[in-house]
Design a protein around this ligand. Sequence first.
Ligand code: MN
Length: 746
Amino acid sequence: MAIPSNDIPAPVSAGPSAPAAEGVDPLEATYQRLESVVRQTRPNEDLEPLRKAFEFALHLHEGQRRDSGEPYMAHPLEVTLILAGMMMDQATLISGILHDVVEDTPVKIDEIKKRFGEDVSRIVDGVTKLSKIQFYSREDRQAESVRKMLLAMVSDVRVIIVKLADRIHNCRTLDGIKDPERRKRIAQETIEIYAPIANRLGMGKVRGELEDLAFRHLDPEGHAQVIHEIATTRQASEEFLAKIKLIVEGKLKENAIPARVEARMKRPYSVHLKLQKQRIGIDQVYDLLALRIITDSVKNCYAALGVMHNEWHPIPGRIKDFIAIPRPNLYQSLHTSVMGPEGQAFEVQFRTEEMHRVAEEGIAAHWKYKEGKRGQAGDERVAWMRQLVEWQKEMRDPGDFMSTLKRDLNTEEVYCFTPGGKVIMLAQGGCPIDFAYAVHSDIGHLCVGAKVNGRIVPLKYELKNGDVVEILTQVGHSPSKDWLTFVKTSKARNRIKHVINAIERVKAIEIGEKYLEKEARRLGVALSRISSAQMESVATEYGYPKIEDLHAALGYGKYSPRQVLHRLVPESVTETEPAKTEQAPVPPKTGNVLEDQDLVLTVDGMNDLLINLAKCCNPIKGEPIVGYVTRGKGVMVHAKECKNVDNLLYEAERRVNVEWTRASGRTFRVRLTVYSDDRLGMLNQITSILFAENSNIQSLETREDNERGEGKIIDVTTDVRDKKQLEKITATLRRISGVRNVDRIQ
Ligand code: MN
């Protein structure tokens, strides 16, 4: 009985280097073999585009040779043969033929797009990008983040499938690479990056072959030993399996369970891992020998399990139900190990045909070409992902693997490259500033511009997976406060704050000192006669360890110079200005200064301060608020929920508590957007509600709802007393029939 050892479609002959028929070019012969493989399952497909791609690539790779000496073109052809064996669609096959063209020849991706269309160019571009990534260290390669990155980078999973086929062929021909270091590096990358990715995508066959091929080059001795051990038991095993298989087939038939039975031996690399991990001998590997029972329904999987357990004793603790709880990569099967005749243990797997297909091909199964059903692959892929997410929800302990897989599929990170090819990971939405800080703080501080994929972009530019980012720097440059409004990574944010705080503090100290001097002069206090010990003790009273901290507080406007002078020389300066004297230097009033501030807001512990309502969030009475002491402009009041609060209120020290006072006749202007049906009398109803509330309408405009294509959007600007009134108004507006929603615009 034959036990399959290599499940991936291998070349029928040894490829182009094999003797070709007289007069037929070996590459042409391989191409024809490719066509015939496609024809086996798709006799009617027009293969003209594939032929065109072959001739195009043949021309481009002309004269190039592989390490082994054979023409380079043999490689893309063999890769495509692997893809054809996986029954991939023609776009994938063409991409396989062209996969090294952009990397290794002068042809640009635009040319590919023009000749072979969007799909092919996207796949080839993805494969090209993947091949540019350098894995600098062992840590790089082993990092889960690298595997995540590779998945995140591809918008089209066919990119990964082509890359895996490329890797399979490169590994099959590793012997042709003369440099042992390079050989080893490729093998290592394969085991550490590509095999886990194949596993992640459920591609069991691909993973198995990659591991076994790489294992042989990575650890030739270990490989030889495992092969030797398997070989010594092989003949006995095969006879044993053949005997068992007959018994099992008989029992299944007796029980009317339709099934086919496959026998298999564990792969060398898996055996190796097991021997190493469990420190056991090969005779103790229960699943070295396995039977696979493939039946028609889930019910029959369990029924067949019962039949087996009835025949032989199950080994305790070896039953695994991956049907009820699929593996994260969607693998489903029942596993058990039983003690067979002559005390020989073996594993049995039970699965349906569908489970078998998923276990062997994984995500590739969903891309498989189906005649007459083109264009469905995308939907199936979406379904596959949805299924993943659903299964995850059902699983009680999804484990780290599952949660990272979920993240892979809706990535929260963006992976970009330095011009040198180093990978930089950023939060989703990250910009060149984030990138610059991720590379080095100094690069961040000095950043004045950025190029993405060779083009100058604004610093706010949202980076995408695979972008190559070059940061332009200028000596002496320092970070801008604006940056805080758009950076996404905490590293960038913290560094920027740090520098800005330092700069602001220096300025504040300077200003504070000047304020104090000016006020002292005006009040006739000789500062020179005040000792630094006196100054220090007043600073301590305010809770500052150093005089310069007090100066900074003055500079920020947290206290008035007069208050400080009063503490220094209480006998000559009163705490507040005596009536009708000249006013202290007060910063100019700007914007929405509240004239009747005392009636509306109180800022705890502070007098003499201007209070401004921030324009960004325009807080209204009753809303939770926070104050922020600005330099020279008094206290800026933001709504607690305002997103600028986190961005701009970077110094906890400058944050102050503010509260609304009870009585005030002031009103607050708010902008509302009403989404409604296009209905007669709607405006009338809206205005009468506002009139009834005594709310003063400032403007009212109607426009089409272009986004939904139907209905109206009504923008209302009106004045309200407080949050409570606003809530009442919006609730009443929402109750109008035909009103779908009311939003407050900040
Ligand atoms: Mn290649």
